[in-house]
Design a protein around this ligand. Structure first.
Ligand code: KG4
Ligand code: ZN
Length: 354
């Protein structure tokens, strides 16, 4: 019997049992991560090696450096993940891995590692979409959360509003037509001379600022639930340059607070109208930008005022990690979505068209 025939049989047995311990691998960008997750909800271990300090020297992620560092980090992280989970290799029922979207070289390191591991352990290999991973981070700390729910996914590379109709089934309600939300945060942070990745530091600075001090233009898009951050970003950056050229100074904290408010209002207005129009009862946040303090506070306040139950992962599960891949991988496995050893990285894959 071939590997894939045995993997199918094993996957069927796991589906029948409804239980699985999943070893998950994430390497789509600048974080290498390995985790062990039981039944999609219980994190036994979650190891992360961040490369941020190195990429910060260049002002952004350098793909070649990212790939090399992933290769070095994967094996030790795997050893630690097993040790900290307190399980042996034989305790792994399936291997889940991010196969896209992301940087092709970075993705390939994780995909190759996961393929070798799945083959060596003779267990099913589960390909996971990175965006689906972000959405699934919500399952980890919220045992009561089940589909259907509307989810705002806002990260460094993506900004989507999705309707999660069932586990592993998504309807795309809206998306950015240009920059991602995290990208806009990072680019505006640069004007304030905040080092990469600017989003988290800009958020911290904004806590001390007056959000009413500066006025920025409102977002316009053709699609009712779509986002466009490039206009806002350019307006904010140009305004800063004009003030400085005229010899003025911009109050960094007030500037950060005003920009953050414009971003959060734009994100929530569309997300809340999508939730209202689809008759959703639950709203979830996901992706790196979901660790933004104002977004978290306002989503809770405005969501609950609209009669929604509001969910969000704790900040460390919003940014890239492997626990979320293990959560998504479990539900994919239950849906029978396993791969053979020809699995390839798919850098531009979307959440819906798989
Ligand atoms: O999800 P993530 O870790 O990686 C991607 O899949 O892209 O998201 C990283 C992005 C970066 O752009 C980062 O600046 C942004 O999320 N981010 C934030 C905050 N924390 C991370 N943006 C605004 N406020 C934050 N607190
Ligand atoms: Zn991400």
């Amino acid at each position: 019997m071939s590997y894939i025939q045995r993997a199918r049989q094993k996957a069927d047995a796991l589906i029948h049992k409804g239980h699985a311990t999943v070893l998950a691998v994430e390497s789509s960008c600048d974080e290498t991560a390995v985790a062990v997750v039981r039944d999609g909800r219980q994190v036994l271990s979650s190891e992360i090696a961040s490369q941020i300090d190195i990429h910060a020297l260049y002002g952004g992620v350098v793909p070649e450096i990212a790939s090399r560092m992933h290769v070095e980090a994967l094996s030790p992280l795997y050893e630690n993940a097993l040790k900290n989970a307190g399980i042996a290799q034989s305790g792994i029922d399936a291997v889940a891995v991010t196969f896209g979207p992301g940087l092709v070289g970075a993705l390939l390191t994780g995909v190759s590692f996961a393929k070798a591991l799945a083959y060596a352990l003779d267990v099913p290999l589960v390909p996971v979409n990175h965006i689906e991973g972000h959405v699934s981070a919500n399952f980890i700390e919220s045992p009561s959360l089940e589909p259907p729910f509307v989810c705002l996914v806002a990260s460094g590379g993506h900004s989507h509003i999705v309707n999660v109709t069932r586990y592993g089934e998504y309807e795309l309600l809206g998306r950015t037509v240009d920059d991602a939300a995290g990208e806009a945060f990072d680019k505006v942070a640069r004007v304030l001379e905040i080092p990469y990745p600017g989003g988290p530091l800009l958020d911290r600075l904004a806590e001390e600022g007056d959000a009413e001090k500066y006025r920025f233009p409102k977002m316009h898009t053709e699609g009712k639930y779509d986002f466009s951050f490039s206009g806002l970003k350019t307006a904010v950056i140009n305004q800063a340059h004009s003030i400085r050229q005229a010899g003025g100074e911009i109050g960094a904290a007030d500037w950060a607070a005003s920009f953050r408010k414009a971003m959060v209002d734009a994100l929530l207005e569309r997300t809340l109208s999508a939730a209202r129009d689809t008759g959703a009862k639950r709203l979830a946040l996901a992706g790196g930008v979901a660790s933004n303090r104002l977004l978290r506070r306002d989503a809770k306040r405005r969501g609950e005022a609209a009669g929604l139950e509001v969910f969000m992962p704790s900040p460390r599960l919003c940014t890239d990690n492997a626990a979320m891949i293990g959560a998504a991988g479990f539900y994919r496995l239950l849906n029978g979505k396993i791969a053979d050893l020809n699995l390839n990285a798919q850098p531009s894959i979307r959440l819906i068209e798989e």
